[in-house]
Ligand binder design. Sequence first.
Ligand SMILES: [Fe+2]
Length: 309
Amino acid sequence: MTRVLEPGQFDALARRDFGRAPQAFRHTLHQRSMFDDAALADVLDRYPRDRLGVFTMGGDPVDWRSWRRGRAGNLSGEALLTSVREGRIWLNLRATNDYLEEFDALSGEMFGALEAEIPGLKTFRRDVGLLISSPGAQVFYHLDVPRVTLWHIRGRKRVWLYPARAPYVTAEALERIVLKETAEQFDYRPDFDGGAAVFDLEPGDVLHWPQYAPHRIVNGDSVNVSLSCEFLSPAALVSANAVYADALARRRLGLTPKRRGAWHPASLVKFAVARSAKAMGLEPSPPEPLPPSFAVDLSAPGAVGPLAG
Ligand SMILES: [Fe+2]
């Protein structure tokens, strides 16, 4: 078994900045045959079809409302790969490590390698998402509540990473996302790009960024394959719960909360408040998932066809 991360990349500075600043490292997963076309078609055949995320989108990075969910029906993995190659499709296989043995083993290798490099790093709620997407496809400006490492495997893509603070994301916007009142996508202005760190990813690049940092992605002119690996660390969990408590304080008590570092005493109190609020059943229900509005259809433009009756 080859090493997952190229050796010698994590000096004292890289370790200190891990999760505190945008960082790029090199990995070796793109050399494995588990990501070639035949293996991916097989993965698409074995992954639970009702969990498969299928999306399409317009070309304007501001117009996140053009993000649409589709249905893959009973198309074979091979046909889905052809649709990705020739159409405008974004496939998202979340939590492959929960459903497929080889991805569970891979998850252990990847997170194990990170924990071995970063002293004190503890990862849990690990979610290895496999992304297979069309040439020119994009993911709109959004943020993720967990921490994310993006392992790029095939093709080329450009990633913009924005600071996790106003105006890129306001405290209110973050609270709405943590409360699940809105989807993770939110308003983006092109002038934000002036404050972004921009990475052109090639196979073998892995990116990590601070929790809640907004980002967007545009594929180059080739099929893209990446692993979006989400996790929580103890600090990330405390922080997300503190934001949750802030959201309750703002809504129920009319307060203007101040966000602090995860280990600030105020954050630990908020963590306790959020945990007990959730235990009492005050947790809001997640927003309705986007209803499907198209069927993957190779004979249609972009492989985006009408839903059958
Ligand atoms: Fe993301």
